[in-house]
Design a protein around this ligand. Structure first.
Ligand code: NAD
Length: 535
């Protein structure tokens, strides 16, 4: 493991006024900037840390011409990359796996500085990246190999399904998981033989660029991954408008316009969007474990996690006891801007996020909701810190009942039956993630299957399903289209092609045989195929 990369100029202990400024090592930003496709005398965009609001570095801003250039270079590199064996491409990912672990301290520093999250929550990103690398490196050959399929006429028709890369995949990544969201969607796209043009969010650019540097070090050939930087509506849109396949992560509102643009060009798109995720604590749940997990699942990355829990649905028999555990733990949470292990929650990423959380809490409070914990900003810790907040008495007139907050805010609801809990969990336009706590696992599985969400965790909040890299993850309803992880997460980056070879005789009347006789023969053959159990 390497040393930490970032030097705090002095100790920045938890909850101290005016946290110390952080300084990147000399030359780091300049080195990372060389990976960005941008004009020689590009305008720059600042990187700041939400811990203090302080300036970290300047990176070049790409232009629309840069995006065109990136696509030309990626298009030229892609055929040579696709010609490499899957095994070679997979070996590169296993090297990346090791490099990410070796350089985890610097990556954790960068993630924390750019996102404002705690070290433990940043570490989840490292776990995610190495998990995705290992999974796809080990499974890609199986996912991508040609597959024999039953032909039109057994033996006479020999049919094989092939998977080809799409070409150049365009990726627009969000800011909330600077490492994980910038690279994990690229990994299967590359493994499937595509080139990629990626626009990491400007608030996550340093971490993303450092991870791409590791990808280069792992052996990715020059040209295959092109990086541009710039705002979403201009540069992000330009990246997606030129892609052979679109991978977008962000809000449902933007996702809808991305989907419209892709549909216009008849290009496939995978959209990972918002959520309003519920956790149900059933009457038989282990309440201490459920309360611990609820703290992690609501407040991870200060709630700026698409799969985080924003609604707690409690069975009335245990609601009070659960809340006693939960609210005590929430009030005890340690907030801080330290690049060290031990804090429970960090900062929101920006003034915009702080305004959104504040607006949701104030709206609910003014309309009669009770604040069980939190409910105020903490500028003395850092400019965008907000307390972990629990509300009860939230009604349909309040914005946080149905709108995604994407912050450290959870609303509590009480129900008297499991059916009522399922109904409430499903009473949302979203369908990304959900959680069920019960000591009866088969009951948990049965309830999970009734919840309309792409992932449901039994006795966990989000990480069990998220880290199950062999199984698909993504949204139902307004939470998205397409999946990451598992076979779906790599198949989406391929064009599937059926090649059927017809032997001996055509599927048509042979010369000299009257059509009627041929048709009768075909009917006999069809009956025989059904009797033989053929599909
Ligand atoms: P947003 O939609 O405004 O921005 C998200 C990203 O899209 C940003 O990087 C932005 O620069 C980019 N963008 C904006 N307009 C674009 C356009 N026209 N074309 C291409 N890219 C564009 O959302 P936000 O408020 O910044 O992010 C929070 C939202 O993202 C939340 O709703 C959250 O649920 C969602 N999100 C979802 C996941 C997931 O995996 N499902 C992960 C992270 C964030």
């Amino acid at each position: 493991m390497t040393e930490s990369l970032v030097v705090p100029t002095e100790s920045s202990a938890s909850q101290k006024p005016s946290p110390a400024p952080y300084v990147l090592p000399a030359g780091l930003a300049e080195r990372l900037a060389r990976r960005v496709v941008a004009p020689a005398r590009a305008q720059t965009q600042p990187c700041v840390t939400p811990f203090t609001g302080g300036h970290l570095a300047d990176l070049p801003a790409s232009t629309i011409d840069s995006v065109d250039h990136a696509y030309r270079a990626a298009g030229e590199a892609q055929p040579r990359w696709a010609a490499q064996s899957i095994a070679d491409r997979a070996r590169m990912l296993l090297r990346l796996h090791d490099l990410v672990l070796r350089h985890q301290d610097e990556l954790l520093d960068l993630i924390q500085l750019e996102s404002g999250k705690t070290r433990r929550q940043a570490f989840e990103e490292v776990l995610d990246v190495v998990g995705v690398c290992r999974h796809y490196a080990r499974k890609a050959s199986e996912y991508l190999r040609p597959r024999k399929r039953l032909g039109a006429i057994p033996v006479l028709t020999q049919t094989v399904e092939l998977r080809h890369p799409k070409g150049v995949v365009g990726v627009v990544a969000p800011w909330n998981y600077p490492l994980s969201m910038s690279i994990t969607d690229i990994i299967p796209a590359l493994l499937a033989g595509n080139a990629v043009v990626v626009r990491p969010d400007e608030k996550a650019a340093l971490t993303a660029l450092r991870s791409f540097e590791l990808l280069d070090q792992a052996g990715l050939p020059e040209g295959v991954l092109q990086v541009v930087l710039g705002d979403g509506p201009t540069i992000g849109k330009a990246v997606l408008d030129r892609a052979d396949y679109v991978m977008y992560t962000g809000s449902t509102r933007t996702g809808r316009s991305v989907a419209r643009d892709a549909a216009e060009r008849l290009i496939g798109a995978s959209l990972e969007l918002g959520g309003k995720n519920a956790m149900y604590v059933a009457a038989d749940a282990n309440l201490k474990a459920a309360a611990d997990c609820a703290v992690r699942s609501v407040f991870s990355s200060a709630g700026q996690l698409c799969v985080s829990i924003e609604r707690l649905v409690l069975h009335e028999e245990i609601a009070q006891e659960f809340l006693t555990h939960f609210v005590t733990k929430v009030r005890d949470m340690r907030l801080g801007p330290d690049l060290a292990w031990g804090n429970d929650m960090g900062s929101l990423i920006s003034q915009q996020q702080l305004d959104r959380v504040t607006a949701h809490v104030e709206d609910a409070r003014s309309k009669g909701a009770s604040v069980l914990a939190g409910g105020r900003a903490r500028p003395e810790i850092g400019p965008y810190f907000y307390e972990p907040t629990v509300l009860e008495g939230v009604t349909a007139t309040m914005a946080c009942r149905d709108e995604e907050t994407f912050g450290p805010l959870v609303s509590v609801y009480r129900v008297s039956t499991d059916d009522e809990a399922v109904e409430l969990a499903n009473d949302t336009s979203y369908g990304l993630n959900a959680s069920v706590f019960t000591q009866d696992v088969s009951r948990g599985r049965a309830l999970a299957a009734r919840i309309k969400a792409g992932t449901v965790n039994v006795n966990d909040g989000y990480i069990a399903a998220w880290a199950s890299n062999g199984a698909p993850m993504g949204g139902m309803r307004q939470s998205g289209v397409g999946r990451r992880h598992g076979a779906e997460g790599i198949h989406k980056y391929t064009e599937v092609q059926t090649v059927a070879v017809q032997h001996v005789m055509p599927i048509a009347p042979v010369k000299g045989v009257p059509e009627k006789v041929w048709a009768r023969g075909m009917v006999l053959a069809l009956k025989a195929m059904k009797a033989g159990g053929l599909s």
